[in-house]
Design a protein around this ligand. Structure first.
Ligand SMILES: C[S@@+](CC[C@H](N)C(=O)[O-])C[C@H]1O[C@@H](n2cnc3c(N)ncnc32)[C@H](O)[C@@H]1O
Ligand code: SF4
Length: 452
């Protein structure tokens, strides 16, 4: 679909024109099957004497939202109890491998799926297991859905379970938007949840909002978007993150999409971003990422996903040492089976060379955070920007010519013009790389090779 001009206007992986093509060009990635022994060795070698993050994937949802691009399965108590035992086993195996490696865990985030479904005591148990196996002095951050935290008692219990950071999937304060996205929760759930959270007092709360809602006419949607933002800032959340509704081939609404029954106002993408920026910055929020604003602090695992070192736990989780990347199997049954045999549940892995590490760093820093500090770049990579791989370098030169980026105060920075372009480049990347990987690994659990 050509950005803004195609017959069907949807934000799919080719919607961003030149930016989708640049992503195709820069990221040609191949994962391969890996043996148990080699995988253990790579983990052991990759996490020595480092500060690392932990990401745990909780792959259950009560129902599936229409445009969900993530790996998840339907909530089932019986499956959950097997997942619980397997997760504990995985923590113990990795803890064992890294026993004498001097790894300090500086960040733990749990994503999904819907990590707010189980009784919060589950996360307390997991935290205890983590502490027994790793050197940890941080609390937990989890993604939560409003239908779960509308229950005040559950919200209080979460804090007792060492969950101090929350990211709430509010998405919208409009019933019509929630319905169009196929969400389970109501606007009342959102209001109750936000009130509960305020009363309980978490250290850091992020609220996710979504725009580009399919099948809602543009003008109505833009008015509703402004209202959503005005309502969001009335709550005392530290951070607000905004997502355009991305459309992947494998999402639950795929048949509607094939029949041409899904449209989005893609040519107005910038308008939504501009409005968010205007309202959030007027209210004292500062832009910390191209799609996220904060009044202090940050809820994010993206830094470590892109740059590492990040330990991955749970089915579907992705880990990265900085030079070795692996993906756990995208199936709860397979995950349980592997761990019950005492094996790690890896599906595929690959080496990441210095050039790609640099490209990931530059894309993350420049296009999501807005700048690359040359001194920091030199400290990490031991050289100047000439180390940037050719493909990306050519794209950066063109962007400089077009005044999307500039040099200033020993930094490579996004300009005002570049801000809107970066919003396309980042979502083109998300659709082309992580979303494609989820799609392929959900279809085939242990491929010999995956090319994306
Ligand atoms: C990893 S999800 C998990 C959180 C939780 N399961 C939920 O959906 O509320 C994090 C955020 O991704 C966003 N999201 C969901 N579907 C999306 C889509 N199709 N495109 C872009 N973002 C999406 C939502 O704002 C959601 O809160
Ligand atoms: S968008 Fe979130 S809540 Fe909805 S199905 Fe996907 S992971 Fe579950």
């Amino acid at each position: 679909m050509i950005y803004g001009r195609g017959k069907t206007k949807i934000l799919d992986e080719n919607a961003f024109g030149i930016w989708s093509k640049i992503m195709d060009h820069i990221f040609k990635i191949t994962f391969n099957a890996v043996g148990e022994e080699e995988h253990r060795r790579k983990i052991s070698e990759g996490f020595r004497n480092v500060n690392a993050g932990i990401y745990i994937h909780f792959p259950f949802c009560r129902s599936f939202c229409l445009y969900c691009p993530y790996y998840r399965e339907i909530w089932d108590e019986n499956k959950f109890s097997k997942y619980r035992n397997a997760l504990i086993k995985e923590i113990q195996i990795i803890g064992n491998i890294l026993e004498n490696s001097d790894v300090k865990i500086v960040d733990i985030h749990i994503g999904g799926g819907t990590p707010s479904i189980p009784n919060p005591s589950f996360w307390k148990d997991i935290m205890e297991e983590l502490k027994e196996n790793f050197n940890i002095n941080v609390n937990l951050g989890i993604e939560a859905n409003p239908e779960d935290l509308a229950d005040e008692e559950k919200t209080v219990k979460l804090l007792d379970s060492e969950v101090t950071e929350l990211s709430i999937g509010v998405q919208s304060f409009h019933r019509t938007h929630l319905k169009a996205l196929g969400r389970r929760h109501s606007v009342e759930d959102v209001e109750k949840t936000l009130k509960n959270i305020e009363e309980v007092g978490f250290k850091h709360v992020n609220m996710d909002l979504m725009y580009m809602i399919p099948n809602i006419p543009y003008e109505k949607q833009l008015d509703n978007w402004r209202e959503d933002l005005e309502r969001a800032v009335q709550y005392k959340v530290q951070q607000i993150t905004i997502y355009p509704t991305l459309i992947t081939r494998h999402c639950p609404a795929r048949n509607l999409i094939k029949n041409g029954r899904v449209t989005q106002p893609v040519q107005f993408l910038d308008q939504f971003l501009i409005e968010a920026r205007r309202i959030l910055e007027r209210e004292g929020y500062k832009r910390i990422r191209i799609y996220s604003w904060s009044r202090g602090g940050e809820y994010a695992t993206v830094n470590l996903e892109m740059i590492g070192p990040l330990l991955a736990l749970g089915p579907g989780a992705m880990g990265f040492t900085g030079s070795y990347e692996w993906v756990n199997v995208h199936s709860i049954d397979e995950y349980v089976k592997r761990l019950s045999k005492g094996e790690l549940p890896v599906s595929v892995s690959r080496k990441v060379n210095l050039g790609e590490r640099i490209a990931r760093y530059v894309i993350d820093r420049l296009f999501t955070s807005g700048e690359v500090k040359i001194e920091e770049f030199q400290r990490i990579f031991g050289g100047g920007l000439e180390l940037i791989p050719k493909g990306l370098n050519r794209s950066l030169s063109l962007m400089k010519l077009l005044k999307f980026i500039k040099f200033e105060n020993n930094c490579l920075k996004l300009t005002e013009r570049g801000f809107k372009k970066a919003n396309r480049l980042i979502w083109a990347f998300v659709l082309k790389v992580p979303c494609r990987l989820v799609e392929k690994l959900t279809i085939e659990h242990y491929p010999e090779k995956v090319e994306i």
